[in-house]
Design a protein. Sequence first.
Length: 445
Amino acid sequence: QITATVPAGSGTVQVTVTTPGGTSNGVAFTYAVAAPVIASVSPATGATGATVTLTGSGFTGATAVRFGAVAASSFTVVSATQITATVPAGSGTVQVTVTTPGGTSNGVAFTYVPVPQLVSMVPTAGPTSGGTTVTLTGSGLSGTTAVTFGSTPAAFTVVSDSQLVTTAPTGSGTVQVTVTTPGGTSNSLAYTYTAPPVVTTIVPIQGPASGGNTVTLTGSGFSGATAVRFGAVAASSFTVVSATQITATAPAGAPGPSGVTVTTAGGTSFPVPYYYLSNPQLTAVVPDEGPVLGGTTVTVTGSSLLGATAVRFGAVAASSFTVVSATQITATAPAGSGTVQVTVTTPGGTSNGAAFTYVPLPQLVSMVPTAGPTSGGTTVTLTGSGLSGTTAVTFGSTPAAFTVVSDSQLVTTAPTGSGTVQVTVTTPGGTSNSLAYTYVAPPSI
């Protein structure tokens, strides 16, 4: 009996014993195959179904590749130093091993990456020109390698494992947005490309600088409008009536043109001009008084009077008016009383007021004396009311000199005349009733 230590070797060899008597016959001895060794797994992270490459040694004749306790979906022995394998279903971090007739290798870590999931997208629509910032929320987003809108890749920034921000590329129609990570490609969310709105008309196209008037916009693509602007200023309010109509309340603005735009998810329309008009201003009304019966023609002067739609004496519209120029209007006073404010209204608003006083019709109650010589010269005292603004006293058709004493009395000098004539007094309020005055011929001898 002999015990011996096996030297290094491989395969099957013949074991012999040599003595002084010679060398024995040989008996076969087979070296066992060495266990494989894994040096690396690439990539070391991935999702179910991914292909990984194992490098190491002793891979010839491999009978199994396992991810933890689960066999690879498939594997190929490329050489004694390389195997490619398809990752089976799993989760977390597992040890990858290779088994050959020589045994099972060491384990090398492989980490499962979950397939990303999308839960929400804000906004879900944007202009065909792209450029909209879109926020995606979900899970498994931290390792994102691509974001696509349909088949078009988009720029993106990963905020966290549950959120990323991307910029919509140009496109049209409705497309599916997906996220790709080492864990795979996510479910998809729909994103709709919307054409920008178009404004074709504005009615009215002008209004006061103070704003507040209602305008109607017509055009297309108004559904979902988020803003209506007059220049850089948002409308005081607006209502989307339909895809082709919006009503808006104009904000205050500086006199002159302002571009009106509508903004939707599809973008902002090209501006259409709207004109802010200066508020009319009055400087004078001439004459500034007239009879209570109306009918006086007055000249109103001021600025920004073009396009006047109304002239009012207090709350009463002028009987008629004519716009002469931007600085002048002629108007016929309606009937009224007291002192009222004359105003002019244009699309730019209503002016300040200019005072106009209604003068009552003068009334005569008595005249002393009621007769005098044909040669005239008699001092006559008239009493009544509304006499303070007297502009004329007539005996028949002949004017007479006069002096106003008070609103209820004046003194006049009878001119030459004959017979019986009617004496009247005229003021801005009109011509009074009449009293009879008789001319008496001197006696003759």
